[in-house]
Every structure is written in structure tokens, then in C-alpha cells.
Design a protein around this ligand. Structure first.
Ligand SMILES: Cc1cc2nc3c(=O)[nH]c(=O)nc-3n(C[C@H](O)[C@H](O)[C@H](O)COP(=O)(O)OP(=O)(O)OC[C@H]3O[C@@H](n4cnc5c(N)ncnc54)[C@H](O)[C@@H]3O)c2cc1C
Length: 414
């Protein structure tokens, strides 16, 4: 490997790790840069679901009508810090413009096509990292308490089906058979029998990292502060003043990708959709699979440690303060669904990296083919990390990418 081209990957979340492994598969020498333990950020606390059906973006024509109720009610999965929104109007405005019907139809189609490649990107990595034991095909259940809730989501279900998702409709008796420990009665559901989940997304990342090290990967536990050029090389400046020289650099720092100097990534409208989870130790036998009561906007998921209830969207920027309203919302509805104690054992806040058109950025930077962007996977990073890694490795290798990445190029915003 000594004379192989050298790639630096900034960010060791699920996306950066997937890029690093795919690059190693292509024969590159890889240096991975992250000040935090690999996979310990947003990639650790998600809802664990390989959501191949997740083609419907948060953007929706319906959102305009529902926005006041969603934002003002304390019983809503969506919350917004008005002060933050008013001081960052660009992202909000672009997000709302992407709620128009034609835009949403396009986003749905593009996400649907990329999601269809999920396994092509993920399965070789699971094998390479010997991580199949951390992923299981338990299926996924979307539930509706009333006929009205079900009807309100029927058009979306049809779109998911058109985009290739396979599911069957289930009635209250079948739901009871599938999940006997649900406390509530659900009128309707849709069951995706083939969907997979990881039992622990952080352990999955650590398993990827072990494989990366086994394959000779170099790791720098530092923050990348700037990217610079030196002849036909890129140089990643680290926060201790050290520099990593490489033939190319991949920017995969999730929601924080804009905080690196020297590249025009700052001009992209990347922001964060904050999301939460609450965790109940040792109660995993309550559920067989990830389950969502659709209207609540969070998933209840059995992990190897207990029950994790993860989701909601909060637009409020990058600070670390948790909003008790979001945590209370998840806990209240989780206790309606399942026999859970009043207080969870822990809670967590994560930062989804989100562009206002709910599409990731995958491709060369607008100024240099030495720099490849791979971020912005919003609600789908666990699912799309693998295929993103594959496409990035193809780009780095000078190949025609095996999937059309034009719609994901950064230039779409510039
Ligand atoms: C509540 C919730 C539930 C979710 N559920 C699901 C789900 O079920 N399925 C799914 O597919 N997706 C889900 N997601 C989305 C998914 O978790 C994210 O899309 C994904 O984790 C993003 O991964 P990432 O690698 O891009 O970013 P991160 O995981 O944020 O990793 C970025 C890494 O970059 C590092 N970094 C930052 N700045 C620098 C720097 N300057 N230099 C070096 N390193 C840096 C950070 O330390 C971090 O380790 C969910 C998200 C949330 C919040």
C-alpha cells in the first residue's frame, strides 16, 4: 500500500467511516481525522433503522398548512427556535421553497433511487468489518392509532411503494401478533418485513473503525481546522498545528462540515435538524423490531442495551442545551405505547446534517477535484453511509460513479 495514492477523510461518523473503508477496498492509503471517538456523535444515537423506504423528505406541501399547529403545540414532533430561525433566514426560506409539490416529487424520486442502492453500499462493509452480528432483518412497523391517521398518510405510503418499498397493510389483530407488548390499540399499520436494523449504531461504527485499523488505516484524533493546497497535494491543517498531506481529502464531518476553513463549503446552506433520544435500560424484550406511531415522529427501537425512543426535529442551531419539551414529548408518547418507567435511564441530543432540499452533498468541491464532499444525510445517514462511501471511492479512483450523483453536487446551491 506504501505507494498507493493517499486520501485524508475528515470526520469519523458513519459516513466518514464508510468512505474510509470503501477507499481502502479500492487500494488507497487512508488517514482518518476526528477529535472524537469514531462514531460517537450523531451516528451513535440514531434510531438504528436501515430505512430503505425513507424517500419522503421532511419538506412537504402540507407543511405550510400544518406549520402553525406543529410549531405552537406542545404536542408536536417539530419545534423551532424562532430567534434562531429569524437570524438564519436563508436556510429556512430555501427549506420552505423546497416544500413545493414539484420540488418534493423530485426530492422523493432522487432519494428513492439512491435508497435503492443501500445494500450495494452497506453489505460489503458489513462483511469487511465482520459486523453482520450487529445488523438484523427484524422488519419495521409503521402504526396508526385511528383510521383518520392512516388515511392522512395513505398517499405517502403509495409514493413509498412506487419508489420500490415493499410492505403489507396490517390490522389491529395482526399488529398485536407482531408486537404483543404494545399497550395501545392501533387501528392500522404497514409492515416492512425485510427492513434491517442495527442493534447498536455506535458499536457498528467502532467495528468499522477496527476494520479500518486492521487494513493499515492511519488515525489522527485531532480536529481539522483548515484545508490548503501545496503543489498537487492537499494539506489538512490540524488543531495542534500538524499537517496531513494527501492526494485528496474527503469532507465528511456531518453537520459540522462548514466549520473548516480554506474551502468554499461555508457557502453551502448546511444547517442542523436536532434530534433526541431517550433510553430505557434492559427492556429490549418489549419490542421485536423498530416501531413508529407515525404521528409522533419518533421510533421505539430494541437495541442490545434496552429500548431507545429516537426522533423529533428541532431547528435551533448547534448549541448543546437539550430542550426539555422535546424529551418530555418523546417520553409521554413512549409511555403511552409501552410499559416504561416514568424516567428514562438517559437521554441524548444529536445534530442531523441537513441541506434545505433534503438531499446529501456528494461530489467534488466547486473549486477543486482534490476535495470531495460527503455530508448532509439528514435522517438517512446510517442508511446511506455505505452507498455514499462507494460513490466517493469511485470518484477518488477516477471512475464514472455507478450512480448518477449530479443532483447531489455542491454546485446546485452556488
Ligand atoms: C434522533 C435521530 C434519529 C435518526 N435515525 C436514523 C435512522 O434510523 N436511520 C438512518 O439512516 N439515519 C438516522 N438518523 C440520521 C443519522 O444518524 C445521521 O444522518 C448520521 O449519523 C450522519 O452521519 P455523519 O457521519 O455524516 O455525521 P456525524 O455522525 O455527526 O459524524 C461527523 C464526525 O465529524 C467529526 N468532526 C466534526 N468536525 C470535525 C473537524 N473539523 N475535524 C475532524 N472531525 C470533525 C465529529 O466529531 C463526528 O465524529 C437519525 C438522526 C437522529 C438525530
Amino acid at each position: 500500500m506504501k505507494d498507493s495514492p493517499h486520501i485524508a477523510v475528515v470526520g469519523a461518523g458513519i459516513v466518514g467511516l464508510s468512505c474510509a473503508l470503501w477507499l481502502q477496498r479500492k487500494g488507497f492509503m487512508v488517514t482518518l481525522i476526528d477529535p472524537a471517538e469514531p462514531g460517537s456523535g450523531t451516528s451513535s444515537g440514531n434510531a438504528c433503522t436501515i430505512a430503505e423506504y425513507g424517500c419522503m423528505p421532511v419538506n412537504s406541501p402540507d407543511l405550510f398548512r400544518r406549520l402553525p399547529q406543529l410549531l405552537l403545540s406542545s404536542d408536536s414532533p417539530l419545534s423551532l427556535d424562532l430567534r434562531y430561525a429569524l437570524s438564519h433566514p436563508g436556510w429556512m426560506l430555501q427549506f420552505l421553497l423546497n416544500c413545493r409539490e414539484a420540488k418534493v416529487a423530485r426530492i422523493t424520486r432522487l432519494l428513492g433511487k439512491l435508497l435503492a442502492k443501500t445494500n450495494e453500499g452497506l453489505d460489503p462493509l458489513l462483511e469487511m468489518a465482520d459486523a453482520q452480528d450487529l445488523v438484523r432483518a427484524s422488519g419495521f412497523l409503521r402504526l396508526y392509532a385511528t383510521e383518520a391517521e392512516y388515511r392522512a398518510d395513505q398517499a405517502a405510503n403509495e409514493i413509498r411503494r412506487e419508489q420500490g418499498s415493499e410492505f403489507v397493510e396490517v390490522d389491529s389483530g395482526e399488529i398485536r401478533d407482531l408486537e404483543p407488548n404494545l399497550k395501545m390499540e392501533f387501528a392500522r399499520g404497514v409492515f416492512y418485513e425485510h427492513i434491517r436494523q442495527t442493534i447498536n449504531p455506535h458499536r457498528l461504527c467502532l467495528r468499522y473503525f477496527e476494520a479500518f485499523r486492521r487494513n493499515g488505516g492511519d488515525y489522527r484524533p485531532r480536529r481539522a481546522s483548515a484545508i490548503g493546497h501545496a503543489l498537487d497535494q492537499v494539506e489538512v491543517e490540524l488543531d495542534d498545528g500538524d499537517r496531513v498531506g494527501a492526494n485528496r481529502v474527503v469532507i465528511a464531518a456531518g453537520a459540522f462540515s462548514k466549520q473548516i476553513d480554506g474551502i468554499p463549503v461555508q457557502r453551502l446552506p448546511l444547517d442542523t435538524e436536532r434530534g433526541y433520544h431517550v433510553h430505557y435500560d434492559g427492556r429490549q424484550s418489549l419490542l421485536q423490531r423498530p416501531v413508529t406511531w407515525h404521528k409522533t415522529g419518533f421510533y421505539a427501537v430494541p437495541t442490545d442495551e434496552g429500548i431507545r425512543c429516537a426522533g423529533t426535529v428541532e431547528i435551533a442551531g448547534y448549541h448543546e442545551r437539550k430542550n426539555p419539551r422535546n424529551l418530555d414529548y418523546i417520553q409521554r408518547h413512549a409511555r403511552q405505547m409501552l410499559d416504561l418507567p416514568e424516567t428514562p435511564d438517559r437521554d441524548w441530543l444529536g445534530f442531523r446534517p441537513t441541506l434545505p432540499d433534503s438531499l446529501p452533498v456528494i461530489g467534488f468541491s466547486t473549486v477543486s477535484e482534490y476535495i470531495i464532499y460527503a455530508f448532509g444525510h439528514h435522517h438517512l445517514g446510517l442508511t446511506l453511509g455505505g452507498i455514499t462511501g462507494k460513490l466517493v471511492a469511485e470518484l477518488a479512483n477516477g471512475e464514472q460513479p455507478s450512480h448518477n450523483i449530479k443532483p447531489f453536487r455542491p454546485a446546485r446551491f452556488l
